[in-house]
Design a protein around this ligand. Sequence first.
Ligand code: THU
Length: 162
Amino acid sequence: MDEKKIEITVYEASGINELTGEEAALFEKAADATCRSYAPYSQFHVGAAVLLDNGEIICGSNQENAAYPSGLCAERVALFYAMSKFPHAAVCAIAIHATVNGKPHPDPVYPCGACRQVLLECENRSRQPIKVIMGSAQKIQIVHSVSDLLPLGFDKFKDLKN
Ligand code: THU
């Protein structure tokens, strides 16, 4: 049996000053969106900002519920809102930020598995890579495609595309 290795590339910045102007602006919008999170159960306030190819930036924050599974992550709130508002737009980038007890989370927050699957569908839908900017106060990590976060991901339409 052959062994095949899958490699991913993660870019790491030690602060917002190492980002491009566009990346920094998106990251700041994600940080700002944490203020509008509803997270009384986890106290984990997540903000996401989505940049579309029409120039629009759509923000979202996690919305929790007393019936826990009914809540939704910041990334999916932002992505579903963006795609319902602009169904023909492509997602170029998403930035994610989190605060706990009013302070920025010390480590970058990575999208959960379900959000990665939704991001992958956005990428496949538009057939163009989505940059994912995952940040904290001291460290910001960037991947240039969702497929880096979800290698061997499920794509129902893959065989139909070629
Ligand atoms: N959460 C997000 O909003 N995004 C993530 O990528 C990870 C987790 C939310 C879900 C829940 O409201 C809280 O963070 C704690 O898990």
